[in-house]
Design a protein. Sequence first.
Length: 256
Amino acid sequence: FTGEQQPLLDIAGVLTISSTIVHGKEMILHPNSHLVTSELHLLQNSSAIFDNMAKVSPQGQVPVPGVLHVNKLSLGVDAILDLRHFDSNVTVQSSQLQLRAGSSIKSSANKTAVHIEARSVELEGGSVIEIVGTGYEQGPGFPCNVNDSVCLAGANHGGKGGDAAVSSQAYGSVSSPSTFGSGTGTNVRGGGVLNLMATDVLKIDGLISANGMDKSFEGGYYLGGASGGSILITTASLQGHGEVTADGGAGNVGYS
């Protein structure tokens, strides 16, 4: 699909295509829409929005809300796949998943766990899978006392945040990470949750990130940084020279 208008492909019902190729434009899958296709290729500078309860599946497969299932999924240079399935899980399933330089798979939906399941996954240098700042606004790791008017401390998760209140708690699992990061208030959310399974090979030369958000200025004070989220990776072969991060956001000096 190519064209001058934006968005190029706006799906609200059911559309069947053997192989979907988007070139330089935007595709929107609205809530409860269904794209029937065996392959999805977002070429250079293209983007796709996978909205709440949307479905993508090959011909003959039973569609599931919140599941993007194709045999091959590729993102070209600077292409973007935005997962917006709110307050639930969203799943991407594909035999082959490839992200070219500058491309990204991201979640802009808060408190939505992202699951990626494939035989092979490749992230080229400069590409990213990011679920940054999609966790709790406060959450179980809120580091301040309930009656504090502003929270200057760093949020807790796997450990205590900087200058966190004695009464606040760390939480989560080291061996099976699956919990959202915590925040310190409005616009300072913790990191999201990513479960990535590549049964054959995972090659990372780009970045996979579930970081928390940095401090934010509010009411004359800087709120502390949010805690990172959770990333669980399962693969038979891990390759590449990229990064995997679930860091806390930058906070005030001595409070990160």
